[in-house]
Design a protein around this ligand. Structure first.
Ligand code: ZN
Ligand code: ZN
Length: 231
């Protein structure tokens, strides 16, 4: 692996250390993908084949709805619904009028776990993680940026460990894992303290004590646990 189109966004995300750098990359790619799909991409036949099949999840349909390109969305829905109608209802009805309801539940379950935008983002997130491993191995300056990180959400902490295991040599993996583990361990310890202090502040004996760093402890906990940012 050499320098790629992913190097610049990864480096940029690691310049900052306000929260999970991978969540920031996620957000950027998500916004780009929503923009693209509501633009020309929606009309490209090979992309339409994918959106017809994959559909969108309960997070990304509303984001597309907010995107204000209602005609693009309606055209995509038209062909997606036609395909669903064919697969769920027409194809599960036999010649003798016998309907395979079990098959219907399977198709619907698969559909509900599938999203075109999520699958695009998953692809990019994997590339970003591979790039992080590559930069860790090849650039001292990037290691410093990593050391400077404050936290990773648990989902991305896990993903980094998984991909580093696949991509790095045994010794590099050990060093990489140790570095992010140190960051994560310290952060979770602080988070536990902050949440405890937040609870204490509801006790009248602590009423006049300062909040310290606990004011947003609940928001930060939810972000760490679910990757979802609450402002
Ligand atoms: Zn994250
Ligand atoms: Zn989605």
């Amino acid at each position: 692996m050499k320098e790629t189109i992913y190097t610049i966004p990864v480096n940029e995300a690691f310049e900052d250390n306000c929260d999970c750098p991978l969540c920031r990359l996620y957000k950027k790619v998500e916004a780009d993908e929503i923009d693209k799909i509501l633009g020309a991409a929606m009309m490209e036949p090979d992309i339409r084949i994918k959106t017809n099949k994959q559909g969108f999840c309960d997070k990304h349909f509303p984001m597309m709805f907010e995107g204000k390109n209602r005609l693009s969305l309606a055209l995509m829905l038209e062909s997606h619904l036609n395909l669903l109608n064919e697969n769920i209802f027409n194809k599960t009805t036999g010649l003798m009028g016998k309907t395979d309801y079990k098959k219907q539940t399977e198709i619907i379950e698969n559909q509900q776990n599938s999203c075109y935008i999520c699958s695009r983002i998953d692809y990019y997130m994997e590339k970003f993680c591979e790039t992080i491993c590559f930069l860790f191995r090849t650039e001292i300056a990037f290691q410093d940026k990593m050391r400077n990180q404050k936290m990773y959400c648990l989902k991305h902490y896990r993903q980094l460990l998984v991909i580093a295991k696949q991509r790095l040599s045994k010794s590099d993996y050990e060093a990489f894992a140790k570095m992010i583990f140190q960051t994560e361990k310290e952060y979770i310890a602080t988070l536990c303290d902050d949440v405890s202090w937040f609870c204490k502040k509801f006790d009248y004996r602590y009423q006049n004590e300062p909040w310290k760093n606990s004011k947003d402890a609940i928001q930060r906990s939810i972000h760490t646990l679910t990757s979802k940012k609450i402002d």
